[in-house]
Design a protein. Sequence first.
Length: 361
Amino acid sequence: MKYIDEFRNKEAARTIINSIRRETGEKQITFMEVCGTHTMSIARFGIQEVLPKNIRLISGPGCPVCVTPNHYIDHAVALSRREDVIITTFGDMMKVPGSSSSLEKEHIKGNDIRVVGSTLEALHIAEKNSKKNVVFLGVGFETTVPTVAASLMQAQSEKLNNYSVLSAHKTMPEAMKALSQGDVNIDIFICPGHVSTITGTKFYYSLVEEFGIGCVVSGFELLDILQSILMGVKQVVQNDLKVENQYTRAVKAEGNPRALETIYEVMEPSDAVWRGLGVIPDSGLAIKEEYSSWNTEKRINVDIEDTVEPKGCICGQILQGKKIPPQCKHFGTDCVPDNPIGACMVSSEGACAAYFKYKVQ
């Protein structure tokens, strides 16, 4: 395929791998990727298997569905049981298990839950169903937040009062800082390419300055990731930790100012609960008071069941980089994509799903 094959060239990959081996020597280096698409790409291309054994790749909380806590799922399930509510959501939320149910199970029971491809589609559903409360499940990092914020601005402008968002949006900087202070030794962050197209690269500098962790913003193809690893190896070996941008074809230092302006017109930083990481101050995005009429939490009251975590699931430890999926006793046996116990096996960006799909051990 034109423009793709160039980034999957085998000879170029071998050259970079040889450079990584030569530069690394005997140095032990740990990389953490904090993007679910990177997790999938690393598994798909078998990157860990071709690297020196002293280079370790671990997955962090880069999957927005995975880090969304059970309480949020329970909230969405409770809403779906109301006859006056239509739930609209991206498809990867459907199978995520809550405390006692999932959106897929509620849909099978006949509750009105619709998979949409965009917030624009959700707005159209609200326009056509004026007697129903149409709730969009706002789950995602900075990449998807601008479209959700724009939908709230449009709903306000058009006085579409039956549309609202149940926000569980999160931002990466504070989570990466929390990981930097944890008990997992990280030498280099492979920084999220999609998020960085919105945020830019400036906020990564504090990770270098405060915590001594190098950063490389990476693309998603084979050569992108290998080149990013080589850049990170050189930082560690040369003791020259810094922020580097491998993904220059898409990421600029300033990010996307228009998208950022849209986000903070509608939302503001708030404390947020991350699966496995707990409450991280200022790592979430709450809907501002002036848009409260389109904030599901303030518009629709429901009784939410007591939250229960799945027994034996180690998704939280995987998201912290403390364990890998095959170390879970449920992995690949009673926890599979069609019948998941935890969120990491559900999402197309989840570490467990990646390990299962590509048979990573």
